[in-house]
Each structure stands twice: as C-alpha cells, then as structure tokens.
Design a protein around this ligand. Structure first.
Ligand SMILES: [Zn+2]
Length: 122
C-alpha cells in the first residue's frame, strides 16, 4: 500500500507528463499558426482573388481555438500543481468534496467533480 507521499509524487509526475505533452502541443500549434500566417501573406501577395482565403481563415481559427484550449489546460495544470503543494489537490472547487481518483486519473488537472463540471458546462 503506497503512503500519501508516494501518491503525491505520482500525481506530481502525472501533472509534469501532461504539462510536457501540452507544451509540445503548443509548439506544434504555434508552428501551424506561423505556417498559416505565411501562407496567407503569400496568397495575398500572389493572387488578389485570394481563393485560399476562407480556408486559411477557417484553419487559423481552428488552430487558435486549439491554442486557447491548450493554454487553458496548462493554466489548470499550474493550478493543480499549486493545490498539490498546498495539500488541497483533488478537492472539488464546486462542492468541496473529493474528486474521484478515476476522474483524476483521466484528467489530473480537473478542478471539479463530474457533477460540478457538468453544472459548470464543461
Ligand atoms: Zn463538486
């Protein structure tokens, strides 16, 4: 049976892993945004009709949306790391009850239990 120190280490590792994955994603999204920006600049320069315009605009807003999602999950992760340090990790921000470990296993940065998250619309 693992003591709570081990459990905390395990959570810290899960959070760090997730953070690395998100930072990698952020890099990929940032590159895509750069590519789209370059493609848009080329399109405007090369062709006044700008046939790619709407497609690139859609691509851009999708990439921006992904970036916003990633940034918001990174913020959640940082908050989770702060709660872990403060000893309040795994406590639902909505109702103050423990978030089930199964949920934390899937979403280590979860701020709320399923019921409260659904009530909050996410
Ligand atoms: Zn709750």
């Amino acid at each position: 049976m693992a003591d709570s120190r081990d459990a905390t280490d395990e959570i810290a590792r899960a959070l760090a892993d997730r953070r690395r994955a998100l930072e990698a994603e952020l890099g990929i999204t940032g590159e895509r945004l750069g590519d789209i920006r370059a493609a848009r600049a080329d399109t405007v320069a090369d062709d006044e009709h700008d046939p790619e315009g709407p497609t690139l605009a859609a691509e851009w807003s999708r990439a921006e949306g992904q970036r916003a999602d990633t940034l918001s999950e990174l913020a959640d992760l940082e908050a989770a790391e702060a709660r872990l340090a403060a000893g309040t990790y795994g406590v639902c921000e909505g109702c103050g009850r423990s978030i089930p470990p199964a949920r934390l296993a899937v979403r280590p940065a979860a701020r709320r239990c399923v019921a409260c998250a659904e009530g909050a619309g996410r």
